[in-house]
Design a protein around this ligand. Sequence first.
Ligand code: FRU
Length: 480
Amino acid sequence: MSKKAYINWKQIQAAQAKLKASVEADPWRLSYHQMPETGWLNDPNGAVQFDGVYHLYHQYVPQDPKGGATHWGHKTSTDMVHFKDEEIFMSPDQAFDQDGVYSGSAIVLNDKIHFFYTGNVKNEGDHDYTFSGREQHTVHVVSPDGFTIESREVIIPHSAYPEGFTDHIRDPKVFELNGKYYLILGARRRTNVGSILIYSSTNLYDWEYEGVFLEGDEDQGYMWECPDYFNVSGKDIAIFSPQGILPTTYNYHNPHAATYLTGQVNWEELKFQVEEDFRELDHGFDFYAPQTFEDDQGRRIMWVWMGIGDTQPEYNNPTIARGWQHAMALPRELNFEDGMLKQRPLVEYQTLRGQEQSYSLTELSSDTLRGEVYELLIDFDERPKDFELQLRQDTSVTYQDGELTLRHGESGYGRRKRTLPLESLSQLHIFSDTSSLEIFVNDGEAVFTSRVYPDANQDKIQITGNGTGKVTYWDLATTT
Ligand code: FRU
């Protein structure tokens, strides 16, 4: 009997081929960030280091820049800076994942990589928002090398999930602690509250449901996607992406957010006991569904989708017309310091630096600095009360009255302004790429991550205001 074909490769390849020319000609293709070859990219998946190779998988729809049933795209690197596009690792070609090989994670055991992901199936019929007629199976994949697949099996079928939840249960993250394995899943309760469920295993094959690891209330989002747990610098951290979290004065102004909680896990009861309230992980417009992994130097590294699902209605991403959409932000190292999670760009990216230009803030004239693809570091000695940096056509970063504000003009394509209260400004560390900006504040205390689409040759960098200190500029080499 012939196997049902869930995927039409001919159609996909033909549609992808049509996108290639406009993608390749697009001046907004990034210079040192990870992008889809063509089409759509979203969440990072299965991030792992194995035999000295860093693997990054990601949600990928090669033939359509607006998305669809996702595959796992695949990129590899030995230095975390230069990546190679590999063959698609998994496609929605099984009965249990025919509408998307959704997000998941990786863990290494006995020289094999074990992947866990959500097999998404959209059934006919009930398309109510909460009970969407979906099935979201947890699938286990074993691979000897990260390229080939030995087995791919449902280990927790949708029908086995606990009572009291909607059809939305997904995005397994697996981790090990004291020889035991844990799998957490993001879930949406019938009461529209976000939860994280936890399972345990001794062998990665047989899983037992242990209960609710962590849960919010009705103001904290109706669904928590892409949960992650780790301990860094002695602190237990839970990261997840709440959909529908209520905005506060300064936070949660994107349709969905990425947040973290600090606390302590009670490993007897498998409960995450929260110490500090929610904090938003980023203050720009494009940051969602982060995933972390530990590398062989013991660093906790975070990948994150530099984009967001359900973007603001006023935003019109101009790369869609050019055949692609979204990218990954720069990978960042996470540490818990001074009571907060700090994010710093991986030091490896310093290898892209060209010749250094260095000035004192006071000697800098308004016409000294120019660039499009660069790294800019401003270290203040005397901290400013009033400060403004203008860059990339019509974006500004201002510090005034104890608030730091990122403002986009027309090159934001509908995005305008995000503001953060900040007691004092000691450092701005900016990574500018052809169509992205990442602004690290006070040595990783806060970050604004955004896509921008300036016209060509909009390279003026102007600094005004008070404060003294040093400005260092580097052109950054391309990795593509
Ligand atoms: C988050 C998310 C995940 C899901 C995946 C589908 O952006 O919605 O919950 O697994 O994307 O592409």
